[in-house]
Design a protein around this ligand. Structure first.
Ligand code: FAD
Ligand code: NAG
Ligand code: NAG
Ligand code: NAG
Ligand code: NAG
Ligand code: NAG
Length: 506
């Protein structure tokens, strides 16, 4: 017995040395360099977790980012001197990674709808003033917000009356909707369980099946909500409004993406003071990753146990492990050997920021003051926008707005919707997947070697937090496969739900 063990040990030692030399790419380093493509939440958090979970052993992390700033779809814009979130804005109180990052990076949280900073006389709009627009009129409106100076009691009564109004229209279906969302959230919270009781997942499917969320990706939100007993009116109005705001899509989106989007209307939403992108910047710094900005990767080729990355500028990087932390769907990265993933369309969301005033005539109102702070829309042809929200009130005649639409907002169109327009900023986001049911998922591991893809998880849902959750799993997958290589054999084993006992124990 002892003799057999000894020779096994020797064998595995030989294997691990050769494996390390292979991935290390030479004599100079015994640890593989990890190259991460993309400096958004996925790229920054995978760097963080690699460093953290390896106890600092993975210390050669290179991040290649094509923009001049990190954050990706967490970005701010400047509208006439004020800074607003342009992409991923709201975080849920149960987004535990984002909360943790914000705390340990010493960033400040700001709760949605809280008053603007005290050095300004402008005010933040109350986001509870909602109107549902059908292209001709408001089919539903909540009450105008109470004056800012009103008493706490008055504000309580006001919000109670609003709740009553919403209840009168949608009834007990609202409770069923809430239960549907809470059930999804409870399952999602399993991804924060301690490492010992949570497997490393080799695929998105395994990850979703483990928490019992996979079923929600097989059917549309419409089907799921109808089965949950929601009224057709609630689905075609409030639910549709929320889907159009959060994902620019209708209720044919998958049940899971839909449930995540509905959670985005829970109370207690927050964002990072000064911009959510600072989470990415802080994590990258904290992980001591080497960040290369303005570096767009155009090709990835694997040979001799190493990956060679080439950039548009003509730089080359040699890496033992490569992590793709951006959607591949609209990129032209050439892979050698080629990799194949299911095709996926991205939903483009045009975010148009306007400083000025809405035109009351467009909305059949006599004054702009009658138009709610949040105008949601129904799934009706010819409504040229998905939502319009007030971001900041400078005066009754001067406000900052964010318009979401599926198509670009031309000047002529904006001139009909707005009566005054001082500044306009437009962004065309390749925003998130165009969801469908059933969903297909690209693998986390693209080539069976060391090429990983975090954004395959975006077919489940696309949010800041889900980016971090997927990145954490990919970090663990990388480490578990490295350990596999260096400890017992050179065979590469993918961890699947059939091997729940496998986990990184570092
Ligand atoms: C308008 C809008 C509103 C949203 N609202 C919310 C919200 O309220 N709450 C929420 O949680 N989420 C929201 N989201 C979704 C959320 O922003 C994203 O899911 C999340 O930020 C994606 O992070 P990521 O790191 O996976 O990708 P990204 O943030 O897209 O990061 C990818 C990075 O890779 C870089 N890159 C791409 N190609 C290359 C290349 N070839 N070489 C080098 N670098 C490259 C890109 O420049 C980018 O920085 C919203 C998104 C949009 C667009
Ligand atoms: C948040 O951080 C604390 C302490 O650093 C840690 O114990 C906890 O597990 C973290 N939570 C998550 C979800 O990572
Ligand atoms: C969703 O899909 C169904 C069936 O394909 C279709 O009839 C419907 O128009 C689509 N849109 C909405 C909003 O339900
Ligand atoms: C950070 O990385 C650099 C090389 O990129 C290294 O010299 C330095 O020791 C690292 N610092 C820490 C704290 O790990
Ligand atoms: C990718 O290449 C195709 C065909 O060469 C081109 O049409 C497309 O614009 C390119 N996309 C990007 C993002 O460069
Ligand atoms: C805001 O304050 C500035 C001076 O600090 C003043 O000029 C401006 O009129 C004020 N605006 C409103 C709406 O009170």
């Amino acid at each position: 017995m002892a003799g057999a063990n000894f020779s096994l040990l020797l064998l595995s030692l030989l294997f691990s040395i050769s494996a390390f030399l292979q991935i290390g790419g030479g004599v100079a380093s015994s640890r593989p360099r990890v190259c991460v493509i993309g400096g958004g939440i996925a790229g920054s958090s995978v760097s963080h977790f690699l460093k953290e979970y390896s106890g600092g052993a993975v210390d050669d992390i290179v991040i290649l980012e094509r923009n001049g700033v990190v954050g990706g779809r967490m970005a701010t814009i400047n509208l006439g001197g004020d800074i607003f979130e342009a992409g991923g804005t709201i975080l849920h109180p149960k987004n535990l990674h984002a909360l943790n990052f914000t705390t340990f990076l010493h960033l400040q949280r700001k709760v949605n709808g809280a008053a603007a900073s005290s050095n300004s006389n402008a005010s933040s709009p109350s986001s509870s003033w909602l109107g549902i627009w059908d292209g001709r009129g408001f089919v539903f409106k909540t009450l105008n917000p109470p004056p800012r100076s009103s008493s706490a009691i008055y504000k309580k009564i006001h919000s109670f009356l609003n709740a009553l109004l919403i209840f009168r229209r949608y009834g007990f279906s609202l409770l069923r909707m809430n239960r549907f969302v809470q059930r999804m959230l409870e399952r999602f919270l399993l991804y924060y369980k301690d490492l010992a009781s949570r497997p490393v997942f080799g695929s998105v499917e395994d990850m979703l099946k483990w928490s019992d969320l996979y079923g929600l990706t097989r059917r549309t939100l419409r089907e799921e909500l109808a089965d949950a007993g929601l009224s057709p009116l609630l689905i075609s109005e409030l639910v549709t409004v929320i889907m159009r705001i959060n994902y620019g899509q209708d209720v044919n989106i998958s049940g899971l993406a839909g449930a995540v989007s509905l959670a985005g209307s829970d109370p207690g939403l927050w964002s990072v003071e000064g911009g959510n992108w600072q989470i990415a910047a802080g994590l990258i710094k904290h992980a001591n990753a080497s960040l290369h900005l303005h570096e767009e990767i155009t090709s990835i080729s694997y040979s001799g146990g190493n990956y060679e990355l080439s950039s548009k500028k003509g730089n080359h990087y040699s890496c033992g492990v490569v992590v793709i932390a951006t959607p591949l769907d609209e990129l032209n990265i050439s892979f050698t050997p080629s990799v194949s993933i299911p095709s996926r369309n991205l939903q483009h969301t045009h975010a148009t920021f306007v400083r000025g005033l809405l035109n009351p005539a467009y909305f059949g109102a006599t004054s702009a003051a009658e138009i709610p702070n949040l105008v949601g829309t129904l799934e009706v042809a010819n409504i040229p926008f998905s939502s319009i929200s007030v971001l900041k009130i400078y005066s009754e005649e001067d406000k900052a707005y964010k318009v979401f639409s599926r198509l670009p907002m031309e000047d002529s169109l904006l001139d009909r919707i707005f009566s005054a327009r001082k500044y306009t900023v437009r962004i065309n986001w390749p925003a998130y997947p165009h969801y469908k049911a059933p969903e297909n998922f690209a693998p986390y591991l693209l080539d069976g070697q060391h090429l990983y893809y975090i954004n395959s998880f975006e077919n489940a849902a696309s949010t800041i937090e889900t980016g971090a959750v997927a990145a954490e799993n990919v970090a663990r997958l990388i480490l578990s496969r490295m350990l596999d290589i260096s400890s017992s054999s050179s065979n590469i084993r993918t961890v699947s739900s059939g091997q729940r006992d496998l986990h990184v124990d570092l």
